[in-house]
Unconditional design. Structure first.
Length: 256
């Protein structure tokens, strides 16, 4: 394979200021290889969500480039980019807007042209993966937060994306749901970029982590190494849970 086709995501010199003048990104550079699972760590306000919103062109207008599987994010390839980059937003209510779970999960594939039995199968598979099949006919706004998070993941899985980007996927999930989501993510044959404050989750799922701090990549390395670097962690307001020793945890297993 040539080097271009092995790179899923390339971000180069990405800088961005919001319309009110607040600059959130100051030149972000990194690449993610196809099939890699990478955690994006960093304190509140570091620019993580701002970066995520650039990966499929929801935010544009700054400088620098984002390239997905060789396609530059921009007006030209937008439909293809949106199909390839699946983003699970920080708040599931930003993602769910149809009267039923089924319609929300079917929305993307239907917009991409899938119809009939093929569409139903796609919806059932995605809901089955997140354990929400029996909620198919319920209105999303009647579900609990954790259930809405699972449906939001299903809406993205239904698109069979090449890159799955998750913004704080484990927040507000109970321990069993959190583990089940980890099992799902491990079983998928996709590139994953996962924003998280849940450092044990990053260690469990992602062999590599990036630390975004004040709008720049402050560190890029093995997750266990970064989490064990106390000075680095302190410098970027990252704290491990009480009693958690990153060196006592086995390396994350590869894709099953
Ligand atoms: N719409 C907006 N207009 C102006 N400034 C914004 C806007 N959205 C975010 N910001 C600012 O940009 C910076 C980065 O915000 P962002 O939401 O990307 O941080 P984050 O790393 O995702 O934080 P968190 O961990 O709290 O989710 C913050 O200082 C924030 O106040
Ligand atoms: Mg955020």
């Amino acid at each position: 394979m040539d080097p271009v086709s092995t790179v899923s995501l390339a971000v180069a010199g990405l800088a961005f200021a919001y319309p009110d003048g607040h600059q959130a990104l100051f030149g972000v550079d990194f690449t993610v290889a196809r099939g890699e699972r990478v955690a994006l760590l960093g304190p509140n306000g570091a620019g993580k969500t701002t970066l995520v919103l650039h990966l499929n062109g929801i935010l544009t207008g700054g400088t620098g480039t984002v390239t997905v599987a060789g396609l530059e994010v921009g007006k030209r390839h937008m439909a293809e980019i949106r199909r390839r980059v699946g983003i699970v937003f920080q708040d599931p209510d930003d993602q769910l807007f149809m009267p039923t779970v089924r319609e929300d999960v079917a929305f993307g594939p239907a917009a991409a042209g899938l119809r009939g039995a093929g569409l139903e199968e796609r919806v059932d598979r995605a809901l089955g993966l997140v354990g929400m099949a029996e909620f198919k006919d319920r209105p999303p706004h009647h579900l609990s937060f954790g259930q809405r998070r699972r449906v939001a993941v299903a809406t993205v899985l239904a698109m069979e994306p090449e890159i799955l980007v998750l913004d704080e996927p484990s927040s507000n999930l109970d321990p069993a749901s959190r583990r089940e989501l980890a099992d799902i993510l491990r079983s998928l044959d996709v590139t994953v970029l996962m924003v998280t404050h849940d450092l044990p989750y990053a260690l469990e799922l992602c062999p590599r982590s990036l630390i975004l701090s004040d709008g720049v990549i402050a560190a890029d390395g093995g997750t266990a190494d970064l989490l064990a670097d106390e000075a680095l962690m302190r410098a970027h307001r990252l704290e491990l849970p009480y009693g958690f020793d990153p060196r006592s945890v086995p390396a994350p297993p590869g894709r099953s």
